[in-house]
Structure formats: structure tokens, C-alpha cells
Design a protein around this ligand. Structure first.
Ligand code: SF4
Length: 309
């Protein structure tokens, strides 16, 4: 939406703005919804209207887009680029900043954020600042137009976060990014050394059922919000409602080994479970323990299932 506003497709922020915005929003949301419904992990979220804070984001995005459309329209002799891919020969880092404004001054990088922009201490997130510093570096080497002097993080809610770009800091971040790329390349083939499992990273990760790093450390998530099990199928029963209940001998995961029940998993959402039969091994991640005593486990919005053998 911000790209369309910056490129003038939503007009100048005047009377016809709302109509233009809503049409573009409906098209963008329909595409996101199609992608989500086609994904095993995201389909459970259902229609876009039911996504967390959908209505709030809709209103805030419209307000921000109108501001941007007005601002860009008001600039005479503006020199901007919108979502341009910054890629230089011989440089492994690439980036696509939301908006680069070379004129009117100051020369700046603006990045629009729909998610939380501050960390738990109330400070602007270091990752957002780092991202803009790397964009500044790429902008300077790709365009040869000089050095951006200002970074602007634009949240959906609240004031912009503005900071001067310190080029010593840019060099440090570029150096760090290059060394992380080298470390990554050296570690390919040894996934246990590369993976950094955490509840927040692994819960939505589509690779969690097969990731060696996650399963190497799965026991450390016991008692956390991230529940995962591996086990051998003891029984399976399909109900007329299109759900399957699987008796499992748990051998690994966040739940103590022993018998448990994977209860009422929708086959339309977990088609892999159609193939389960006694003796097969499965893994499931992103579970919810419904009843500790009865060891009854149900799916959550993040559940993924893989049949191993
Ligand atoms: S499951 Fe593996 S690949 Fe996915 S976030 Fe966790 S550690 Fe990284």
C-alpha cells in the first residue's frame, strides 16, 4: 500500500483517496488471503477479516498511506526511489528499502513497519536500525549519489523514529553482516551448528518438524509454549466429521515419553495424517496439551505434522 501511495497510484491524498485505497487494499488482502489459505501452517487463521488486529491495521495503514500520498505529491522536483532492489556487483548483501528520498533534503532512507517497532525496554528495535544502516550502505555503493544522512522508521502507530546515520556504525554493521555470511557459508552441511532454536523463531517455522537443530534441542522446550512430539503410531481412527485421532507412543519431544492421544486433527488441514497406520513414525510441532493427565494433545493455529517413515 505504501509503495502505491509513494508512486502516486492512490492520488494526492485528496477526496478520491479513500476509494482508491480501499480498492487497492481489497486486491492486496485477497492475494495475501489466497497465499495464507494455501499454506498448511497459516490456513487455520481463516479469512483475513479474522486475522489478529486486522481492522486496526487496516485503519492505520490507510492513515499512513494518505499521509505518504500527500507528502510525495507536495514535493516539487522530488528524487525518490520506491522499493528499488539495491544490488551491487561483488557485494553479497542486497536490500530493498521502502523509500529512499534524495530530494527534497535530507537524503534519507524511510522504512514502513506494520509490526512492533520497540523492544521490551521501550527502545526502538536494534534490528530495524541495523536494516536501515545496511540499506544506506547499499544505496551509497549502488547509486553513487553520496551518503544518506537520516534513517526514518515509520510505524503504523505513533511518531516516526528518526536517527542520524553514523557512517562508522554503518561500516561496523557491514563488517558484521559479511562475517555472519561467511560463518553461515562455512557452516552449510552442519545444520546443528547453524540453527538457533527458540520458541519465537521455531513456533512459526515451516521446517520445524524436520530441522535437525530443533530436534537436537527439543527437550529444552519442555514446559514452554512450544510443544512438539515424535512417536510411533499405535492406533488411528477417522471420524465422520473428517477428523483423525491418533494413539501415539511418544519417544521424543517436549512431552514425557509414553502413550498419548493426538485428538481430533482435521484431515483437510493435515492431509499427511491420511497416510498414518500402526507402526509409522510421525512428528508434530506447535501442539496444545488439552489434558495433562489423559495426555490428550490437540492442534493449535501453528501445528505442523510430518510422517517420517
Ligand atoms: S526450526 Fe530450525 S530452521 Fe526453523 S527457526 Fe528453528 S532452528 Fe531455525
Amino acid at each position: 500500500m505504501f509503495e502505491q501511495a509513494a508512486e502516486g497510484h492512490l492520488g494526492d491524498g485528496g477526496e478520491d483517496f479513500t476509494e482508491r485505497f480501499e480498492a487497492a487494499w481489497a486486491t492486496a488482502v485477497a492475494e495475501q488471503e489466497r497465499n495464507a489459505l494455501a499454506s498448511e501452517t497459516e490456513a487455520a487463521w481463516g479469512d483475513a477479516q479474522r486475522w489478529p488486529s486486522y481492522a486496526d491495521k487496516h485503519v492505520r495503514a490507510r492513515k499512513r498511506a494518505r499521509e505518504l500520498a500527500r507528502k510525495v505529491h507536495s514535493w516539487a522536483n522530488a528524487d525518490i526511489s520506491v522499493e528499488r532492489l539495491l544490488r551491487a556487483e561483488g557485494e553479497i548483501l542486497i536490500g530493498r528499502p521502502d523509500l529512499v528520498v534524495r530530494a527534497p533534503a535530507p537524503y534519507r532512507i524511510e522504512d514502513y513497519k506494520t509490526a512492533v517497532t520497540h523492544d521490551e525496554t521501550g527502545e526502538p528495535k536494534a534490528s530495524h536500525r541495523r536494516q536501515i544502516l545496511l540499506y544506506a550502505y547499499l544505496e551509497s555503493i549502488v547509486t553513487g549519489r553520496g551518503r544518506p544522512e537520516l534513517g526514518v522508521i515509520v510505524p503504523l502507530k505513533g511518531p516516526d523514529i528518526r536517527f542520524s546515520i553514523d557512517w562508522d556504525e554503518v561500516e561496523d554493521e557491514v563488517h558484521l553482516a559479511h562475517s555472519l555470511v561467511d560463518e553461515f557459508n562455512a557452516g552449510i552441511g552442519q545444520p546443528l551448528t547453524l540453527g538457533r532454536p527458540s520458541s519465537s523463531a521455531c513456533t512459526p517455522c515451516p521446517h520445524a518438524t524436520t530441522c535437525p537443530a530443533f530436534w537436537d534441542r527439543v527437550a529444552s522446550f519442555e514446559g514452554s509454549a512450544l510443544q512438539a512430539v515424535e512417536g510411533e503410531v499405535l492406533s488411528s481412527q477417522i471420524a465422520q466429521t473428517g477428523t483423525i485421532t491418533v494413539g501415539l507412543q511418544i519417544t521424543d519431544g517436549t512431552i514425557q515419553p509414553g502413550k498419548a492421544l493426538l485428538h481430533r486433527f482435521l484431515l483437510s488441514r493435515f492431509p499427511a495424517l491420511r497416510a498414518v497406520s500402526v507402526g509409522r513414525r510421525i512428528r508434530a510441532v506447535g501442539l496444545r496439551v488439552l489434558d495433562d493427565e489423559a495426555r490428550t494433545i490437540v492442534p493449535s493455529g501453528w501445528t505442523r505434522v510430518t510422517v517420517l517413515s
